[in-house]
Design a protein around this ligand. Structure first.
Ligand SMILES: Nc1ncnc2c1ncn2[C@@H]1O[C@H](COP(=O)(O)OP(=O)(O)O)[C@@H](O)[C@H]1O
Ligand SMILES: [Mg+2]
Length: 266
């Protein structure tokens, strides 16, 4: 007799208390590669710059994440849009857009006075998460009500980090914050640290970073390293994943490997 088991949706917050460490690049590329594995993926743009929204071609959307967060009765499916890659609407890759700058700041302030303000994302996602295998949340480095919603809704965390003290500190700080918000110890948190934008030639940084990760998080460091490659800057300018911009490029493989690792890390 076979029993069909419902797989749980994995809700992954991509975060670090430091800007420019490739949170957005990781979200949009990983999201795409997961969808290429046939996984159903939803990306949420919680960053105040709308970078992943732009990347997936949805900056002119009618609705955005704030419409759901501010209104319990809002039908969140109305704010879900297929990502546009290579002018094609993706079947397995969707996004709930964010907005830029002032609108997200105002949203954050408006949410402060609402009941269950930290749980609102989780409560909305409960209604739709069964439609997805993965939900990825792109965040910004700061603390905010929006950020708290991401922490509360996530079932696991992915921290991209450079091999720099500030960037590693940014992981430590966020990890402490998650413990406080969720009332848990570090061992109870499911997370993966991903070395990203790593230069192969900066020998000192390489030693420092690999040493730090091996000692501090031997069981939570990704096997995949995202090396520093200009392909990612080009890909960002074109609003396309690295593997779409240049299939044959060595750097097109990085996020494919990370996607495999994330899928295997159940
Ligand atoms: N592996 C990489 N190699 C080189 N540049 C990268 C890489 N990943 C991202 N970048 C570039 O680094 C900058 C910051 O990345 P971004 O994803 O916007 O960071 P964050 O979202 O954490 O602020 C962007 O200009 C991006 O194109
Ligand atoms: Mg970003």
């Amino acid at each position: 007799m076979t029993t069909s088991m419902k797989l749980l949706t994995r809700i992954i917050m991509i975060g670090c208390r430091k800007g420019g460490v490739t949170k957005t690049t990781t979200t949009v590329n990983l999201g795409y590669e997961l969808s290429q594995h046939g996984k159903r993926v939803l990306v949420l743009d919680f960053d105040g710059q709308g970078d992943s929204t732009k990347f997936y071609g949805r900056e002119d959307s009618e609705f955005y994440i704030g419409d759901a967060l501010l209104d319990r009765k809002f039908d969140i499916t109305k704010a879900i849009y297929p990502a546009i890659i290579n002018d094609i609407e993706q079947e397995n890759l969707h996004i709930i857009p964010g907005r830029r700058g002032d609108i997200m700041t105002k949203l954050d302030m408006d949410m402060i006075s609402l009941t269950r303000r930290e749980e609102r994302l989780k409560l909305h996602l409960d209604k739709i998460k069964d439609n997805y295998d993965f939900i990825l949340i792109d965040t910004n480095p700061g603390t905010s009500v929006l950020g708290l919603n991401a922490v509360m809704a996530a079932t696991e965390y992915l921290f991209p980090t450079e091999y720099k003290e500030h960037s590693l500190d940014g992981v430590e700080t966020l990890l402490e914050h998650i413990q406080d918000v969720k009332f848990v110890e570090e061992e109870e948190i499911k997370f993966m640290v991903v070395p990203s934008k790593i230069s192969k030639t900066a020998k000192k940084a390489l030693d420092y970073g690999t040493g730090y990760l091996a000692e501090r998080w031997p069981n939570n460091t990704a096997n995949t390293t995202i090396w520093d490659r200009s392909l990612f800057t080009e890909a960002e300018m074109e609003h396309e994943p690295a593997s779409v911009i240049n299939r044959g490029h060595v750097a097109a493989r990085y996020y494919k490997e990370l996607a495999k690792e994330v899928i295997a890390n159940v």
